[in-house]
Design a protein around this ligand. Structure first.
Ligand SMILES: Nc1ncnc2c1ncn2[C@@H]1O[C@H](COP(=O)(O)OP(=O)(O)O)[C@@H](O)[C@H]1O
Ligand SMILES: [Mg+2]
Length: 242
């Protein structure tokens, strides 16, 4: 579904992402991990077209999407979660999701259809229905995370990019988020997820890719990756990730 070849991003004198090759297959959840500053967020921003890349190619569903703008990439079927509260603090939760439905799809539906679709998606991510009319700036962190997911799903993506979805959630809320991620995958959306908590990423990923200083240092099944000596030395050895 997604194939990166030699993807490189230079920011000033720094190589934030360095010749990364990786892929995400159909119906897979791929975990992206690595120390702070490893280049994980930069890589997701490149895939979604928010940041231009310096070198390399990106293929999605067999088509070259290298250098395409974010809105076209979204219409092709790649969605990414954003910090909704910062984008539209004075819109209601439901309006935020409706924006995703209206602008995220190639053929914009009517307002009435968009409303119906938004309500359905919010139910799917267990967003509390009584908060649908609440302004996003008055939502708590759990509600905002669910809303981020709903808005990303509003463009009906084939591939969903999630940046630290469970950060700020307690263990029970994290488990619920993982259930939701699985449910989304099971309905046919592939997922590339950045996550700090290793127990979460181990439990949910079909494959794990490890970045360090912008370079891919490991790629494989979860048990292979956590037993990889280089991963233990550079990442797992000195964090409280478990
Ligand atoms: N806009 C920017 N300007 C300067 N440096 C940046 C910018 N964005 C990211 N970086 C640098 O690129 C590297 C990778 O950052 P990032 O992708 O955010 O890492 P991660 O998400 O893995 O923590 C870091 O060294 C970071 O400081
Ligand atoms: Mg990051």
């Amino acid at each position: 579904m997604l194939r990166l070849s030699g993807v490189t991003k230079q920011i000033g004198g720094l190589t934030a992402v360095n010749r990364v090759d990786m892929r995400v297959d159909n119906d897979q959840i791929v975990g992206l991990v690595g120390p702070n500053g490893a280049g994980k967020t930069t890589l997701l921003n490149i895939i979604s077209g928010i940041l231009p890349l310096t070198a390399g190619t990106i293929e999605f569903c067999g088509k070259d999407i290298t250098g395409m703008k974010a809105d076209r990439i979204c219409h092709k079927g790649i969605a990414k979660t954003f910090q909704i509260a910062e984008s539209f603090p004075n819109l209601s939760a439901q309006q935020c999701v409706m924006i995703g439905v209206l602008f995220g799809n190639h053929n914009a539906p009517s307002m009435r259809e968009a409303e119906k679709t938004a309500i359905g998606i919010m139910e799917e991510v267990n967003f509390p229905p009584e908060k649908a009319a609440t302004l996003t700036r008055n939502l708590n962190v759990v509600e905002l995370k669910r809303l981020q997911l709903a808005r990303a799903l509003a463009s009906n993506p084939k591939l969903l990019l999630l940046d630290e979805l469970t950060t700020g959630l307690n263990p029970k809320e994290s488990r619920e988020a993982v259930e939701l991620i699985r449910k989304i995958r099971d309905r046919g959306t592939s997922i590339l997820i950045i996550e700090h908590v290793m127990s979460v990423i181990m439990g949910v990923s079909d494959r794990i890719v490890v970045l360090d200083h912008g370079e891919k240092i490991a790629d494989g099944r979860p048990y292979e990756v956590v037993n990889n000596q280089r991963v233990i030395d550079t990442y797992l050895g000195d964090i409280d990730a478990f």
